[in-house]
Design a protein around this ligand. Structure first.
Ligand SMILES: [Fe+2]
Length: 405
């Protein structure tokens, strides 16, 4: 396990490097009905046979509209609609195989994080056919331009439509890891709030809390941030606080749906530069081991980790408390604590649990190892966890499932 000094030195070097890198940005097409512009985007990129990647229920409900617009435009497609949550290496390989068999020349990823991540993984394998998915895990291993890639989120949370990351689970070991490369940033992000209209409240809640976690983790990280990522994270936090519960209570509230897509995109922009942190690192272990939905895991773990960080994050959380209107008076500590309490209150109002009692004792050492391997040395987290501290947090996630008193 790397030492704390090594982690901070690594981050200092990467910080300099990241400022020299050319970060592509997706071209954003947004607004109700914006999916109608997809054929035009494909024509612009000379795509004639597109691979459409999605999940089973979206494949039935939302894909047909896009597919019929492709038919009308004379663009051929191959549909893969079997991406389940926490996509596996096997799924990525199947998509890559189909893509090559049918001679496709571009991707549309339609869905939440899972179809987007699976499509990104497959696109990476298309340009790096000799590398297995596991060999592309980590930072800057793809290093080759992907085919034209259009990301169409159907949830407001993952931010995958703007990020460098694809999170994949090893089918055999259940290890969940990320491929991170600038080439994984999609060429286009189509933000159509109509696609999120029928999301069940529970999914709206947990995916929205994922967006909040992206913003808060990026914001509290101690390196890699720029003025622009700080502003994006702040705006994302304000957006989630203002609109998530509106979208949760009334899925047809198109203003709330639109604002949540924007907040999610901004949070994605912030964390793709400034990274996530220990919340995500632990949440990923739950996704891999127990298939816990990603947003749900983050929603539960976020307040616990922020509380555990303590005073090192008070100043930043206090500022978030002010700009969200949670608390404008009192000490820095009081404001920071009020902000964390408000996250817990949002969870409660949206019926998100306070902890998880399904975590098994035998899995804890593995969780600690995976979480620390993900965070360190790369994530510039405010507190670098060692085994003991990570275990303490995991045990709190268990004990808070049934809080005493
Ligand atoms: Fe996330």
């Amino acid at each position: 396990m790397p030492t704390k000094a090594y982690c901070r030195s690594f981050q200092a070097v990467f910080n300099v490097g990241s400022r020299l890198m050319k970060w592509p940005r997706p071209e954003v097409v947004s607004g109700p009905g914006s999916i109608a512009k997809i054929p035009e985007l494909l024509r612009k990129e000379n795509v004639r046979n597109v691979m459409v990647v999605t999940g089973p229920s979206i494949g039935k409900k939302l894909a047909p509209k896009i597919l019929s617009s492709l038919d009308e435009s004379g663009i051929r497609y191959v549909l893969f609609s079997e991406v389940e949550s926490n996509p596996t290496v096997n799924v990525v390989n199947r998509i890559q195989k189909l893509y090559l068999e049918h001679g496709c020349d571009g991707f549309i990823a339609l869905g939440g994080g899972s179809p987007m991540d699976a499509a990104k993984g497959a696109a990476a394998r298309v340009v790096r056919p000799r590398a297995q998915v596991g060999q592309l895990a980590g930072l800057l291993k793809v290093m080759k331009k992907l085919p034209p890639f259009i990301a169409v989120p159907t949830t407001a949370g993952t931010g995958s439509e703007t990020t460098i990351a694809a999170v994949i689970t090893d089918s055999d070991t259940h290890h969940k890891y990320a491929i991170m490369d600038l080439n994984l940033i999609p060429r286009y992000a189509v933000l159509d709030p109509e696609l999120t209209r029928e999301l069940p409240p529970k999914v709206t809640a947990t995916t929205g809390m994922d967006a909040l976690t992206h913003a808060v983790e990026a914001y509290t990280n101690v390196n890699y941030n720029t003025d622009e990522t700080i502003r994006a994270a702040e705006e994302a936090v304000v957006g989630v606080f203002r609109y998530l519960e509106r979208a949760y209570l009334d899925g047809n509230d198109m203003e709330a749906r639109t604002q949540m897509l924007t907040a999610s995109f901004k949070a994605g922009f912030a964390f793709t530069h400034a990274c996530v942190g220990n919340v995500h690192a632990i949440a990923h272990t739950l996704g891999g081991l127990y298939n816990t939905p990603h947003g749900l895991a983050n929603a539960v773990i976020l307040p616990i980790v922020m509380e555990d960080y303590g005073e090192v994050v008070y100043e930043k959380l206090a500022h978030l408390a002010e700009i969200t209107g949670v608390k404008n008076s009192g000490s820095t500590e009081e404001k920071a604590r009020a902000f964390i309490s408000e996250i817990r209150a949002m969870n409660r109002r949206m019926e998100i649990p306070t902890g998880f009692d399904f975590i098994q004792e035998k899995d804890i050492p593995q969780m600690i190892f995976w979480a620390l391997s993900e965070s360190n040395p790369f994530y510039p987290v405010p507190v670098i966890y060692d085994r003991e501290r990570c275990e303490k947090v995991i045990r709190r996630i268990i004990s808070e499932a049934n809080p005493v008193g």
